[in-house]
Structures are given as structure tokens and as C-alpha cells.
Design a binder for this molecule. Structure first.
Ligand code: GTR
Length: 405
């Protein structure tokens, strides 16, 4: 069977652990000349090499220039019985591209740590408050009554509220900040045309094909840090970045490039996220680059069924987050994301975390259901489907309390 013939067959994901195949992971500490990095100083000199590999092969370049942002407070409203203030801001980059940011912060003047994450389907899906404008761009959600032709309807208010848990966060002393990923780039192959890769191409100094939708979302997350640094109620040293699924992939890429994120949570980010690409289980490189060609550089497709030739694997992306707290989570009912591959991605960061005298996962045994393992690098697999649930949030709040001080 040639690779071409294999790629032309209808895709059937391997879900059989005995058919995963053998592979050797690249060593994050090994330099191209074969020498091995032994301390954090040398790792810090070398990490740019790995970033460049991911930039050239997978997610594309990241713009280095900072843009001029102007922000406008659209509304400020007491919510949750006065416990919290809901903010809506419009941010405009270089006078050319505007986005809408939703913030829910405790109703007090002290600076608070915040959870920051992109949402899939518009800020109005996080909460039923009618003041939140309905997102008017293309979204991947399409449930019959809530969305029509991939556009949010009035019924979409609060449609994904369980993924946000604002009240839990407020009660625990955290704020929450979110933006729709589509405000930076709509999630479809032509999305770049009215996204920042096009509207800000001159200012950012990159051609659209030099980077990707995941790159654009990741850049958006970094631009949110620039913005949050200007908000007096936010402790910008304590931004906990989270992302579910494709937005988890973007969160990991953002935090690899931008060290200002204090901690990172990858919720079921799967293929192209926390899961090892060399494991043939669930979604694979061929499938993801065919279903979502805009997420990565075009050239990434060349590694389909040649994953062993990749210069890196996703454990190295996760290692680029060291020494910051990292939480990787899976769901039993989400085999498509390859839970074991996500676990191994997290586990194989150990060599780099140890350079900082930080424990990695500290176990090679795959844990049972709803039984988090690790400390600085943490992992759980919960029961249930592909989602971000109250159970997940309870673990993330605990993680933030213990490690983001
Ligand atoms: C799936 C995709 C996954 C994951 C997921 C999601 O269709 O195959 O890689 O990103 O979508 O974002 O929910």
C-alpha cells in the first residue's frame, strides 16, 4: 500500500490500542548536533529552535509586532445578584479590525486573577444576559433553533453556559474573560479573508499563507494579554489560559509563544493539540489537515502517514510551556481526541520540567476515571463526552488555587 493509496481510502479512525504501532519520540533536550541539554539556561537558549520548528512545519509564523489597540467600554452591569460586574468592551486594532470582549469580574476593586479563553459561538452563548450582543460572524455551531446557517439566533443566548461556569469562578475569587475565536478569524477555509490575517496583514507583517487560523487565534489570545494589562481590576501576572478542543490547540500554541500566560489548561485538545501525533489512534494528521486545512500551514499535510518524519511531536509543544503549571484533560467518551495520546503528551514533558526542579506528571500509569494525577503538570480523564464540564472546572479552580499564587 502506498501512502497515496492509503490517503484515498475512506478514512476510518483506528480505535484499537493494539494497532497504534511503534514509534520513538524526539527528545526535547537533544540538539541537532546530538548534544543533550542539561540545565534550564541552555534550554531557554534552545527553546527558540523548537518554536521555529513548529512555526515552519505546523502552525506558521507568529507576528512579532505589537499593534495599537483602542478600547471602548460598551457596558458595565452588575450581575449575579451584585457579586460580579459584567463588562463588554470593543477593541479596535490599528483602527482597522474590531472585536468584542466579554469580561465577568468580581464586584470589588482589588486586582484578581482571571481565566482567559476563546469561545466557539459568540459571547452570547456563555450567558443569557440580553445585553451581550449576538455575534454576527460565522460560527461552527449549528443546532437547529439556536443557530441558522452558522449564525447565532436569539435562542443561542446561554447555549454553552455550562462551559463557562461564571458564578463558580466568581465565588472562587476569579474573573473570566472571553472573545469569540471568529472575531479574529472565522473557522472555515475562507475565514482568513475577513479575519486578522487579511485585515491586519500589513500591520502584522505576514502574508496570509505564512500562518494559520490556529496562529490567528493564538495571536488573538496574546493581544488579550496586552489588553488585560491595561485593566486595573485584572492581575495580568495571573492569567490562566484555557481552551477546549480546537481552541485548546490555539491556547497551547499561544502559550508556547507568549510566556505571559501564568498557567495553561488544555481541555480535550486532541490531534494537533496535546495528543501525540505519532500515535495512530482517533483523529490523525491526514484527517485533520483534510477536514480543517486552514488550521495549519498547507505543507503540514505532507506528513500524513509519515508522522515519524516530523521533527517534533506534541510533547515538545507542551514542554515549551515549562515551568508554568499545565493541565491536560481528556474525556472517556472522547476517544477521537486520543486520551492516552494526551496523557503521554503531558507525561513526556517531564525532562524539561525537571530542569526547573518542577515535578512533571510523576506517573507512567494511566489514571482511572475522575482521578486527577500530577502536580505542576496535571492530567485527568473524566467520564462523559467531548465537552468542558463542571467537573473539569472544579479541577481547574483547584489547580489555579494551588499553583497560581
Ligand atoms: C473536531 C476535530 C477535533 C476537535 C474538535 C473540536 O471535529 O476533529 O480536532 O478540534 O472538532 O474543536 O471540538
Amino acid at each position: 500500500w502506498s501512502i497515496m493509496a492509503q490517503a484515498q481510502q475512506p478514512f476510518v479512525a483506528n480505535m484499537d490500542e493494539s494497532k497504534v504501532g511503534n514509534f520513538t519520540l524526539p527528545n526535547p533536550l537533544q540538539k541537532p548536533d546530538g548534544s543533550i541539554i542539561k540545565n534550564k539556561k541552555d534550554w531557554e537558549k534552545h527553546r527558540g529552535y523548537w518554536l521555529a520548528q513548529f512555526q515552519q512545519t505546523m502552525y506558521g509564523k507568529m507576528p512579532e509586532k505589537k499593534l495599537k489597540q483602542s478600547s471602548q467600554l460598551v457596558s458595565r452591569t452588575e450581575i449575579l445578584g451584585g457579586k460580579a460586574i459584567q463588562y463588554i468592551w470593543t477593541i479596535t486594532f490599528e483602527g482597522k479590525h474590531s472585536i468584542s470582549v466579554l469580561g465577568v469580574l468580581p464586584n470589588k476593586s482589588a486586582k484578581v486573577p482571571v481565566f482567559l479563553g476563546l469561545n466557539f459561538c459568540g459571547n452570547q452563548t456563555t450567558n443569557t444576559d440580553k445585553r451581550i450582543p449576538i455575534f454576527e460572524k460565522y460560527v461552527v455551531c449549528n443546532e437547529a433553533t439556536q443557530f441558522k446557517n452558522n449564525l447565532g439566533q436569539a435562542e443561542s443566548r446561554g447555549a454553552q453556559a455550562s462551559r463557562w461556569q461564571f458564578e463558580k469562578l466568581i465565588d472562587a475569587g476569579y474573573g473570566s474573560i472571553t472573545v469569540a475565536c471568529g472575531d479574529f478569524e472565522e473557522d472555515l477555509p475562507t475565514g482568513y479573508q475577513n479575519g486578522i490575517r487579511t485585515t491586519l496583514a500589513d500591520q502584522l507583517g505576514l502574508k496570509t499563507e505564512e500562518w494559520s487560523a490556529i496562529g490567528a487565534w493564538a495571536w488573538g489570545l496574546s493581544s488579550m494579554v496586552d489588553f488585560l494589562e491595561t485593566i486595573p481590576q485584572v492581575d495580568a501576572q495571573k492569567i490562566i489560559l484555557h481552551g477546549h478542543s480546537r481552541l485548546g490547540k490555539a491556547a497551547l500554541w499561544a502559550a508556547a509563544n507568549d510566556q505571559r500566560f501564568a498557567a495553561i489548561i488544555s481541555n480535550e485538545s486532541g490531534e494537533g493539540g496535546a495528543a501525540l501525533t505519532r500515535r495512530n489512534y482517533g483523529e490523525n494528521l491526514w484527517r485533520i489537515t483534510n477536514s480543517f486545512p486552514h488550521w495549519f500551514l498547507k505543507s503540514y499535510q505532507h506528513y500524513a502517514y509519515k508522522e515519524n518524519e516530523l521533527p517534533f511531536d506534541q510533547h515538545i509543544l507542551l514542554s515549551l510551556l515549562a515551568p508554568r503549571p499545565l493541565y491536560v484533560a481528556s474525556a472517556m467518551g472522547d476517544q477521537w481526541s486520543d486520551p492516552k495520546g494526551e496523557f503521554l503528551g503531558a507525561q513526556n514533558t517531564e525532562a524539561v520540567y525537571q530542569l526547573y526542579r518542577k515535578p512533571g506528571l510523576g506517573t507512567v500509569a494511566f489514571p482511572g476515571l475522575n482521578a486527577p494525577v500530577g502536580k505542576q503538570v496535571r492530567y485527568h480523564i473524566r467520564e462523559g463526552k467531548h465537552d468542558m464540564t463542571l467537573y473539569d472546572w472544579e479541577q481547574y479552580i483547584k489547580f489555579a488555587r494551588e499553583l497560581v499564587k
